[in-house]
Design a protein around this ligand. Structure first.
Ligand code: NAD
Length: 246
């Protein structure tokens, strides 16, 4: 896509979201980077995009709160005039076995990952409908497809995101809006940094391509889904997992 197109990335200050922001900036998008609290990290990212000749803005807001999601979308439109791509990337984990999982840990993961995705799509839809074009890309997980012990909350949220993806794709297709999801496997970020070496070794054995994923592996797929090269693809879930789940 050429300059003048606008992408908003939720939770974009670090990890996968940061890589997506940099990649879409390179692809020519103006970038609205949503962040909840890490303002120094987001400033660095905005500077990096601007130093590379791109346009970027940091937009604070908690996606799990309906009115804040509304303001993230509104501020993006106020700043850049339109929204061509929404990447629902913001996510958290609160892992634990079902026998011990606290109700608050279940609720929090659903609120950020699943409700946050709903909130942002709910508010971006009128903008994209007016434009009669847009791409919505949701970050799910292979945990939402295959399940994962210790992640009932997270896998429920990520499976729910697949449901949202497919239903929204059906609702919005006739108006030129594509809705797809990516389902990463094990990607090296802060989210996975605290897993023990033993757990990481066990996961590695389950990956046919014999390596963990990088943030760039995810950003490459998102770049494709944000581009016109994917115009005939909607309602799909692309796994980025080295073949872990087939
Ligand atoms: P990360 O912890 O580095 O990044 C998550 C980002 O979301 C952070 O910037 C955080 O501040 C932001 N965030 C959290 N709650 C928020 C809220 N309420 N409002 C706005 N922003 C909020 O993790 P990551 O690995 O980069 O994860 C990015 C996405 O990829 C998440 O949706 C995650 O579930 C998904 N994912 C990651 C992996 C992996 O292996 N790392 C695998 C599959 C899916």
């Amino acid at each position: 896509m050429s300059g003048g197109n606008v992408a908003v990335i939720t939770g974009g200050a670090k990890g996968i979201g940061r890589a997506i922001a940099l990649r879409l900036a390179k692809d020519g998008f103006d970038i609205a980077v949503n962040y909840r609290s890490s303002s120094s990290k987001v400033r660095e990212l905005v500077d990096e995009i601007e130093n590379g000749g791109g346009r970027a803005a940091a937009i604070q807001g908690d996606v799990s709160i309906f009115e804040e999601a509304k303001s993230i979308i509104k501020k993006t439109v106020d700043t850049f005039g339109r929204i061509d791509v929404l990447v629902n990337n913001a996510g958290i984990t609160r892992d634990g076995l079902i026998l011990r999982m606290k109700e608050s840990d279940f609720d929090k993961v659903i609120e950020v990952n699943l409700k946050g995705t709903f909130n942002c799509i709910r508010h971006v839809s009128p903008v994209m409908l007016r434009q009669r074009s847009g791409k919505i890309i949701n970050i799910s997980s292979v945990s939402g497809i295959a399940g994962n012990a210790g992640q009932v909350n997270y896998s429920a949220a990520k499976a729910g995101i697949i449901g949202i993806t497919k239903s929204t794709a059906r609702e919005l297709a006739s108006r030129g809006i594509n809705v797809n999801a990516v389902a990463p496997g094990f990607i090296k970020t802060d989210m996975t940094a605290n897993l023990s070496d033993k757990v990481k070794e066990n996961i590695l054995h389950t990956i046919p391509l014999k390596r963990f994923g990088t943030v760039y592996d995810v950003a490459n797929a998102v770049s494709f889904l944000a581009s016109h090269d994917s115009d005939y693809i909607t309602g799909q879930v692309i796994k980025i997992d080295g073949g872990m789940v087939m």
